[in-house]
Ligand binder design. Structure first.
Ligand code: NAP
Length: 241
């Protein structure tokens, strides 16, 4: 049985990835940080729908890159990791605090990188390990008011490009699915007028739903997706790319 670790399964995109992978036969470690309740509900839903698969909750705060053994000690086999945790801060770069920079860098980049050093041996066991980051089109296009966020999202793609080369011979692929604007609670801070202005710029005429993103994540995790690695797939409805 194949096991995927979904980092940020309590979030909207991570939750959609969990549902899609479970439907394709994966057993799952469902990660959360502050919000256990959505993961508990997800676990109950998936256990009822797929009783022959295993679903386990794991908690960890990704602003702490130093105690990852507390997370990895709960994992047995791991065949895929999906990094779908994250947040943004919306203001001018000049107003960015060191705390915000540190949180962005740790949650999106540093802690995932440290975690992969610890999980690589497990990912190599099946000969078809999979790593997928949820990046962002801002990592390529950049965005005023989200300069630090754009920076860490671009760095995820740079990391995937390089790390993919190191682990290709182990059968591990490393890719990024980079959404444009997705209808999730991460955008709850924006008022209706701001959201409408963004929607007007998107050629597809709508925000992505989490399921629009999870489709590509699950596709990249499939056993047959063995020859695409180091890539960033922009899933934007035609926006900015
Ligand atoms: N929504 C968009 O328009 C959009 C566009 C492009 C890219 N993305 C990216 O997609 C990913 C998922 O975002 P989303 O829209 O699904 O947001 P979301 O629904 O707000 O989910 C955010 C997830 O991140 C987790 N998280 C936050 N801080 C954490 C920490 N310190 N340690 C560990 N986990 C933490 C949350 O866990 P808890 O709630 O349990 O604390 C939650 O699972 C992010 O990387 C985001 O940058 C989103």
């Amino acid at each position: 049985m194949s096991f995927a670790l979904i980092i940020g399964a309590s979030g909207d995109i991570g939750g959609a990835c969990a549902k899609r992978l479970a439907a394709q036969g994966w057993s799952l470690y469902l990660h959360y940080d502050q919000h256990e309740r959505p993961v508990t509900a997800l676990l109950e839903e998936l256990t009822a729908a797929y009783p022959k698969q295993d679903f386990l909750k794991v908690q960890y705060d990704f602003t702490d890159e130093t105690h990852l053994d507390r997370l990895t000690s709960q994992l047995f086999g791991v065949d895929a990791v999906v990094f779908a945790a994250g947040m943004t801060y919306y203001h001018l770069f000049q107003e960015t605090t060191v705390g915000e920079l540190s949180t962005l860098m740790k949650v999106h980049l540093l802690t995932p990188m440290v975690l992969l050093t610890k999980l690589q041996a497990k990912l190599a066991v099946s000969g078809r390990g999979r790593v997928v980051f949820i990046g962002s089109v801002y990592g390529a296009a950049g965005s005023a008011m989200e300069v630090a966020y754009s920076t860490v999202k671009g760095a995820q793609s740079a990391f995937a490009k390089a790390y993919a080369q190191e682990v290709a011979s182990l059968g591990i692929t490393v890719n990024v699915v980079a959404p444009g604007a997705v209808a999730t609670k991460m955008n709850a801070m924006f008022d209706d007028a701001t959201l409408a202005a963004v929607r007007a710029e998107i050629p597809a005429g709508r925000f992505a739903e989490p399921a629009d993103i999870s489709f590509y994540v699950a596709s990249l995790c499939a056993p047959d997706a063995a020859y695409l690695t180091g890539q960033t797939l922009y899933v934007t409805g035609g926006w900015l790319r």
